[in-house]
Design a protein around this ligand. Structure first.
Ligand SMILES: Nc1ncnc2c1ncn2[C@@H]1O[C@H](COP(=O)(O)OP(=O)(O)OP(=O)(O)O)[C@@H](O)[C@H]1O
Ligand SMILES: [Mg+2]
Length: 263
């Protein structure tokens, strides 16, 4: 009998338990010769709120764009439910993105469309719903962000906080499996920030959706995160649940916690 060959797999994918929906291994990305992601490894827990923290320019948005398949790495792998999306074609990625909701760093609503049409957009793109079904879903999603009846307004008529919530309504309307939020509370006052935090938490528990959030706001992070990962110099240098994260011994993470008043 031939000897059984051991399966050789990279470290971060050797235990492909159901616990992690997304597993990133040794991701490398450079722009014009400057390395931004430097063998980054990151795990995202299924059904949980996963928050990525880190200083400005350390590669948080670039990392998230890779998870959404909007950027291709120079090397490394990104497994979503066990499928390496790095080698997928644009057509296959588009199919996959039907399961994603995205809330961008800047509200990124279509200014020329009403709120209703902004939220209806992914339904028209990705589903075969008829007009009545679309109307009902848009209504429900506006209610879920506590903005009923503003469908006829244009983004320019809304406050920053309202725009963020419309962005959330648009992300959840297709009932995605994963929602990506790039700094959903930037530029909001503390009360509006708390409201958006509560929405993220309630969307997470109501739909059991995997949430990946980039945040600058440490109070928010420790309020809602199930898992925190810190990006520094193109690598994840510390990660874990909030309690274990606070006990980190990694000097740069410790410093970040101290400077942001968490410790
Ligand atoms: N398309 C691009 N072309 C060239 N350089 C880029 C590109 N996108 C990002 N970068 C560079 O990569 C680095 C990381 O950028 P990124 O946007 O990920 O930072 P970030 O951690 O999200 O910062 P912030 O907290 O300010 O949003 C920066 O130096 C940025 O200039
Ligand atoms: Mg960013």
């Amino acid at each position: 009998m031939p000897a059984v060959q051991p399966k050789i797999q990279p470290d971060s994918v050797s235990d492909r338990s159901e616990k992690y929906q997304i597993r990133v291994h040794n991701l490398v990305k450079s722009f014009n010769g400057k390395t931004v992601l430097d063998k980054l490894c990151l795990d995202i827990e299924r059904g949980k709120i996963n928050i990525i923290i880190g200083g400005s320019g350390h590669g948080k948005s670039v990392t998230m764009k890779h998870l959404m398949g909007l950027l291709k790495p120079d090397s490394g792998s990104i497994y979503i439910d066990g499928v390496d999306i790095v080698s997928l074609s644009e057509y296959e990625l588009n199919k996959l993105r039907h399961n994603f909701g995205m809330v961008f760093q800047y509200a990124a609503l279509f200014d020329s469309m009403t709120v209703f049409d902004n939220i209806a957009f992914p339904l028209r793109e990705h589903t075969k719903m008829n007009k009545n079904e679309i109307r009902d879903e848009v209504k429900k999603s506006l209610e879920s962000v506590s903005l009923p009846g503003i469908g006829h307004q244009f983004p320019s008529e809304l406050s920053g906080g309202m725009k963020k919530r419309v962005g959330l309504a648009r992300a959840v309307v297709i009932k995605p499996e994963v929602i990506f939020y790039d700094e959903p509370t930037t530029g909001l006052d503390p009360i509006a920030t708390k409201n958006v935090d509560e929405l993220i938490a309630s969307i997470n528990s109501r739909y059991g959706v995997t949430s990946v959030v980039i945040s600058h706001d440490m109070a928010s992070t420790f309020r809602i995160a199930h898992r925190i990962s810190m990006l520094y110099g193109g690598k994840i240098i510390a990660s874990g649940d909030p309690d274990s994260f606070k006990k980190t011994k990694v000097p740069e993470a410790l410093e970040f916690l101290k400077v942001s008043g968490v410790l």
